[in-house]
Design a binder for this molecule. Structure first.
Ligand code: MG
Length: 413
């Protein structure tokens, strides 16, 4: 029997975001697995959950019993779920799948039923402060044969208001905002109405300029109230989006039935979900078109595999959350699942830049708009720990999530 000998957490920042990788070492020399446990905004809490709680629970146990161990990790603390624990469990879970595939000498996709496609189509983000910048960004992506583009206006332009140090990046083309009241607190201010108007203008411009040979996406990022979201989803119908992402805030998912009735715009939700009770009603009610959960925040490959299979029965596709704060290990695990899922839709990718390919040998490879895994056993991504140590994580207070409406009220980020 191969058992768990040690569990370690490696923190690194090779491309400007704090990443958390879990390494499960076994009783067999040289046999180990890697998993992504990146909750970049609360990475220290995840480290503690892995090292202080899960490690003592798991040492000496049989690595082959993934489902048993997933349930053990989840039930052991009695209270379960939530992004901190899910990431800790998810990191170990992915590492156990990596080990199982290495023992079998197979790429992970072959444990999941085998390939139904050779590679996964990706989408990347294009943003700009104005239409000209947006055009340049899109042309650059089209030049790389990226055919699915998420369009955003205004990204990167700081809209810091008021006093203090809590300013940050405003999301989504906010333009001029109403001045906040005297004494308003610092934050990333935005105006939902201005955002909606400027985004409609940008989508119209892009569709006119680039025609139908490009798939357009847009992420509302919870920036509208429910009835604004319904109107916006209807307004963008004429731009024929591939999908509209997170038009409703996590707290307002009860509006999805009305949203579905209001528009034929394909809907993607929600990267913030952490448990089946959130996604299951939307899938079984056929209220959304794409599942967007983040694999490590969901608890790893074990629950994601079940979600993908369930969604297939209801005609819902997957487009797992894939931002820059998902390590190449997390992207690779998602990719293997996508290659085995008939109902895969699209892979969100922020390219592996800077030192990431060297720190993570075996990174999935992007070619002409498709992402390919390495063909090594397991998920195929390794970690150069010595090199990773040269890019230490940086603690900071998160600023961009301090979003505020024009009158200074905190809003979902
Ligand atoms: Mg999103």
């Amino acid at each position: 029997m191969v058992t768990i000998r040690d569990i370690r957490v490696i923190l690194t920042r090779p491309m400007g975001r704090n990443l958390v990788v879990v390494k499960v070492e076994t009783s067999e020399p040289e046999l180990y697995g890697l998993g992504c446990a990146t909750f970049t905004q609360r990475y220290r809490a995840v480290v503690s959950a892995v090292v202080d709680d899960l490690k003592p629970l798991l040492i000496g146990r049989d690595v082959s019993r993934i489902e048993e161990l997933w349930r053990l990790m989840m039930f052991n603390g009695y209270w379960r779920g939530g992004p901190v624990l899910n990431n800790a469990v998810g990191g170990v879970d992915m590492a156990l799948w990596d080990i199982k595939a290495k023992v079998a000498c197979l790429p992970l996709v072959d444990l999941l039923g085998g390939k139904v496609r050779e590679a996964a189509a990706v989408y990347q983000h294009a943003d700009g402060r104005d239409h000209a910048e947006l055009d340049d960004h899109i042309e650059d992506l089209l030049g790389q044969n990226i055919r699915h583009v998420r369009v955003r206006l205004g990204g990167g332009a700081a809209q810091t208001r008021a006093s203090g140090e809590a300013g940050g990046m405003a999301y989504g083309g906010v333009g001029a905002v109403t001045p906040p009241p005297d004494g308003a607190l610092a934050g990333a201010y935005f105006d939902p109405s201005t955002y909606a108007r400027s985004t409609l203008g940008a989508l119209e411009h892009v569709r006119d300029r680039f025609g139908d040979g490009i798939e357009l996406l847009h992420d509302v990022h919870e920036r509208l109230n429910p009835v604004q979201a319904l109107g916006f989803a209807r307004d963008v119908e004429r731009f024929r989006l591939f999908f509209l992402e997170d038009p409703l805030a996590l707290e307002q998912i009860g509006w999805h039935e009305r949203l579905r009735a209001a528009t034929t715009t394909p809907i993607a939700a929600s990267e913030l979900f952490t448990q089946p009770s959130e996604w299951l009603p939307l899938v079984s009610g056929r209220l959304i078109d794409f599942l967007r959960m983040h694999l490590s925040h969901l608890g790893g490959l074990t629950p994601a595999r079940k979600a993908a299979v369930t969604a297939e029965s209801f005609g819902v596709r997957t487009a797992w959350h894939g931002p820059g704060d998902c390590s190449p290990v997390g992207h690779a695990v998602g990719l293997h699942l996508e290659l085995a899922s008939p109902n895969f839709g699209l892979h969100e990718l922020q390219p592996f830049v800077d030192a990431a390919p060297e720190v993570f040998p075996g990174c999935p490879e992007l070619r002409d708009g498709y992402l390919y895994p390495s063909n090594l056993p397991g998920h195929g991504v390794d970690l150069d720990e010595k090199l990773a140590a040269k890019y230490p994580v940086e603690p900071s207070v998160v600023a961009w999530t301090q979003s505020r409406l024009p009158d200074g009220t905190l809003s979902p980020p």
